[in-house]
Design a protein around this ligand. Structure first.
Ligand SMILES: *Cc1c(COP(=O)(O)O)cnc(C)c1O
Length: 487
């Protein structure tokens, strides 16, 4: 496929603007004007539309392909939620419209939505209050770690480190570090599961908190959570819940009831909003009662007459972590999703997510090494080490799935499982789709025995085959070079 610059012909236009009339303000600022025209492709509107439609068709997305990316919860994003986010009252809202009591009518609906979404999330997670401001899971974690630090500072606690199991997402230790703590990493046991005894014996008086993902990144619900929480609270350490895997327990288990004090959820995972191209997302953070004073500003509050306003008066707050309402359009989608699914629907979501993952786990168990000997939660993890012994790596298997019209699962995460393959089907997929996926994986595993080279050559159906990933990262070349060498 040609680049749009290669399709360019001098003078071709998609649209013709009238010549500008007296750009007075610019006349005075000649220094801000270009000396030569911008080097843009010259193409017709039809060519532009075809170009980008063609490009989009070469991509994998939840709308076009099964997308079993473990830990990412790539579920269907209902069109109804898109329609809600596109409503003029939301999409035309300017962040600087007045939200105070007088003249704030235009923002009342938006503020009510935020207020109610905060309460729904608090209810689902068993937390006293939520902030909707963080714009991603990692941003939520950073907010949570800052809340932890503010709490300890305020109480005069001398705390030095945060405990994180080595199976955690890399953003966990990074967030703890950014909040000023050392990270005490707990190695997993030989069977890859969390070493609870070692974790318990690592808790000291200067432990600031413990960050846990639950279910963990193996798709297993860690044992003895309440025991860990009691030991943490005995030294005034806080329990942090990484809620990226909330899809497994939605409507059934409230992290707050397990003893967690801070939790973040990923609206772009569990609550049906799009991941986009790595964004936009939202990572709201919930806290237990004693952490409320530290939540970021602003807070949505109600006047006695039931109208809503934004409150910036919070002396102990960690301050701003995002401007205005956070990632507002994402919050509207999550609100719409929750309203559509309802309380009973939430339980159906987690039921089906867990059932689907177990279905895949048991179909693939005879062919790959399952990390969980028993049932899994919402995702299942395999090690491809038997294939690796025959010279076929998990990466080769993943690439071969692309040729079969499937987005590969997560590979090489969690990092402590050799040749890891992590599959999360979500509740949104049908049994037929799961069977088609399992059939393709099994076909590839068998092919690895007969003709390992066929897998090592994959993908063959994509515009670009295997890349030299090291060179792609180290010797990046992102600029197009024209026929005359111009860039
Ligand atoms: C996705 C994920 C995160 C980070 O969320 P982002 O929105 O990608 O920043 C953190 N922890 C776990 C376990 C995750 O899967």
């Amino acid at each position: 496929m040609k680049l749009i610059f290669e399709k360019s012909r001098p003078g071709r236009r998609a649209i013709r603007w009238p010549e500008p009339v007296a750009p007075v303000s610019l006349e005075r600022r000649r220094d801000l004007c270009r000396s030569s025209p911008a080097d843009l492709p010259e193409v017709s509107e039809l060519e532009t539309v075809r170009h980008f439609t063609e490009l989009s068709r070469r991509n994998f997305s939840v709308d076009t392909h099964f997308y079993p990316l473990g830990s990412c919860t790539m579920k269907y994003n209902p069109r109804g939620c898109e329609a809600a986010a596109a409503l003029g009252g939301f999409s035309d809202l300017h962040p600087l419209l007045p939200q105070l009591r007088h003249g704030g009518q235009l923002t009342q609906g938006a503020l009510q939505l935020l207020y109610e979404l905060e309460r729904m999330l608090s209810d689902i997670c068993g937390m006293a209050e939520f902030t909707l401001q963080p714009m991603a899971g990692a941003h939520g974690e950073l907010t949570g770690a800052m809340l932890m630090a503010a709490y300890h500072r305020d109480r005069g606690n001398r705390k030095t480190h945060v405990i994180v199991p080595d199976a955690a997402h890399g953003t966990n230790p990074a967030s703890a570090r950014l909040a000023g703590y050392d990270v005490l990493s707990i190695p997993s046991r030989a069977d890859h599961h969390m070493d609870v005894d070692r974790l318990l014996s690592s808790i000291r008086t200067d432990t600031a908190g413990i960050m846990l993902t639950c279910p963990d990144t193996l798709g297993a619900f860690p044992a003895r959570i309440t025991e860990i929480a009691a030991a943490a609270h005995a030294v005034d350490a806080l329990m942090y819940y990484d809620g990226a895997n909330l899809n497994a327990i939605l409507g059934r288990v409230r992290p707050g009831r397990l003893g967690f004090d801070i939790c973040h959820v990923n609206l772009h995972k569990t609550f049906g909003t799009p991941h986009g191209g790595g964004g936009p997302g939202a990572g709201p953070v919930g806290v237990a009662e004693r952490l409320r004073p530290y939540l970021p500003i602003s807070r949505v509050r109600t006047h006695s007459d039931g109208t809503y306003y934004l409150d910036y008066d919070a002396p102990k707050s960690i301050g701003y972590i995002a401007p205005f309402y956070g990632n507002f359009a994402v919050l509207v989608r999550a609100y719409a999703w929750l309203r559509m699914v309802g309380r009973e629907g939430l339980r159906a979501v987690s039921n089906l997510a867990v059932l689907n993952a177990n279905y895949v786990q048991e179909r693939l168990r005879p062919h790959l090494d399952a990390v969980n000997p028993g049932r899994c939660m919402h995702e299942c993890v395999f090690s491809g080490r038997r294939l690796a012994a025959r010279g076929v790596r998990t990466l080769d298997l993943a690439k071969a799935l692309i040729d079969r019209g499937l987005h590969p699962p997560t590979v090489y995460f969690p990092i402590h499982v050799p040749e890891a393959l992590m599959i999360e089907p979500t509740e949104a997929e049908s049994r037929e789709t799961l069977d088609r996926f399992c059939d393709a994986v099994i076909e590839c595993v068998e092919l690895a025995r007969r003709d390992p080279d066929a897998l090592r050559r994959a993908p063959a159906t994509t515009p670009v085959g295997r890349l030299d990933e090291v060179a792609a990262a180290r010797r990046m070349d992102l600029a197009w070079t024209g026929p005359d060498g111009a860039r």
